[in-house]
Design a protein around this ligand. Structure first.
Ligand SMILES: Cc1cc2nc3c(=O)[nH]c(=O)nc-3n(C[C@H](O)[C@H](O)[C@H](O)COP(=O)(O)O)c2cc1C
Length: 165
C-alpha cells in the first residue's frame, strides 16, 4: 500500500494501546518494544517513519547497532496483552517476542524482522538520528515529559515497504 494510506489507523494505534517497534542488531538479536510516539511523513524526497526512543531503553542500545527497524500496528483490540508486556518489561531481562508468543517474519531486507498478525507493518531503514537537546525544548515540555532528563533520540527510517494485512 502507499505509506500514507491508513494513516488514521496508524494514529489510532499510537494513541491507543500502542504499536510494536522491532529491532534486530547486527548480531541477529531481536527486541520488541511498545511505542506510543512516532511520526510518519515525507522528508528527504521520500516517506519516512520517525520513532522516539529514550536512552534508558534496551531498544536504544540496539538501535545504535542496527540498520533497520519495523513498526507493527495491531488491529483494533488485538494483541493488547502483548503490547502491555512489551511496554513494561525490558529486553535486558526477557526475550519478549518468545515470552509473548509473537511470530517474527523476515522483512524485505537483511536484519529486518516484523511481527506476524499485525494489521499495519512499516519496514524501515535507518537514515538518520538526532538526540533531543534540553535547550531546544520548551520549559513546559521539559517539565512534563523529561523530569528525569531521559531525552528521546529520534531515529529516522526510510520506509522501504508499508503493508496492510
Ligand atoms: C503504550 C506505551 C507506549 C510507549 N511509548 C514509548 C515510546 O514511544 N518511546 C519510548 O522510549 N518508550 C515508550 N514506552 C516505554 C517502553 O515500551 C518500555 O520502557 C519498555 O519496557 C522498554 O523496553 P526495552 O528496555 O526492551 O527497550 C511506551 C510504553 C507503553 C506501555
Amino acid at each position: 500500500m502507499k505509506y500514507s494510506e491508513n494513516f488514521e489507523k496508524f494514529c489510532e494505534g499510537l494513541e491507543g494501546p500502542g504499536a510494536f517497534l522491532v529491532v534486530e542488531d547486527k548480531k541477529g538479536r531481536v527486541n520488541v518494544m511498545t511505542i506510543g510516539w512516532a511520526q510518519e511523513g515525507f522528508i528527504w524526497g521520500g516517506p519516512v517513519m520517525t520513532v522516539l526512543v529514550r536512552p534508558s531503553r534496551h531498544t536504544h542500545a540496539m538501535m545504535e547497532n542496527a540498520a533497520r527497524f519495523s513498526v507493527c500496528v495491531p488491529r483494533r483490540g488485538e494483541l493488547k496483552k502483548e503490547l502491555a508486556f512489551c511496554g513494561t518489561k525490558s529486553g535486558r531481562e526477557y526475550d519478549k517476542a518468545r515470552a509473548c508468543g509473537l511470530k517474527l517474519k523476515e522483512g524485505a531486507a537483511s536484519d529486518l524482522k516484523y511481527i506476524d498478525g499485525c494489521g499495519l507493518v512499516y519496514q524501515c531503514e535507518i537514515c538518520g538520528k538526532t538526540a533531543l537537546k534540553p535547550e531546544t525544548l520548551s520549559a513546559a515540555v521539559l517539565e512534563k515529559y523529561y523530569p528525569d532528563k531521559d531525552l528521546h533520540t529520534l531515529y529516522f527510517g526510510k520506509i522501504l515497504k508499508a503493508e496492510k494485512f
